[in-house]
Design a protein around this ligand. Sequence first.
Ligand code: PXP
Length: 243
Amino acid sequence: MATLGVNIDHVATIRQARRTVEPDPVWAAALAELGGADVITVHLREDRRHIQDRDVRLLRETVQVKLNLEMAAEPSITEFALAIHPPQVTLVPERREEVTTEGGLDVVGNLDRVKVCVDQLQAAGIEVSLFIDPDPRQIEASRMLKVAAVELHTGAYADAPLGSAQAEELRKLQQAGQFARDSGLILHFGHGLTYRNVIPVAAIPGAGELNIGHTIVARAVMVGFQAAVSEMKSLINRASPAQ
Ligand code: PXP
């Protein structure tokens, strides 16, 4: 059965917009767990645009379900990950100018560089997942690196127009998923999944973690907005009763 990895990066995005202390992703992680999250996922980017080192340190202490640290296969972040020692690391490609992770990790084209990072993490007992496109060559390269899991990029499926184009992207995910499982890899999916498009992906045989972030944070803002305004209004009314 598929499980839910809640990516809380964008809670930190809102905090960083003001460089303040709220909303705290550590608090959000606890609420996500209460809501049924099986995994808490954070991406510590090189530019620290949302999640900060402090968040990962605290989450390592407080998260009761699995903590999944997304990161680039770079030496300085690897050193940080080795010190924090999360149960799982997902290696992702990273470019400073991108709005979000675009495309999967090119394991085929960066085999040596990725291998150095994978070997260091796995030697320390950290489970490694590689975020890759649903491409058999990338799956084969991942298998060669002896990682535990791959996370297949669902962005093309999420962006495809409804109908035959989306069905074709779903078919690619299904086929790549089957190939990954036949290769002995645990199967995760993520990126661009929403309340509208998640069900067919969750139904793919062998689907494990689904890592979902933006749509959950977006929905949380909407379902919580009225209550938040109403609480503020009550405070103001208490201080200045109607005359
Ligand atoms: N999985 C990976 C590897 C990602 O990089 C991201 C985005 O940070 C996600 C899942 C979550 O994507 P989204 O925010 O679109 O749900």
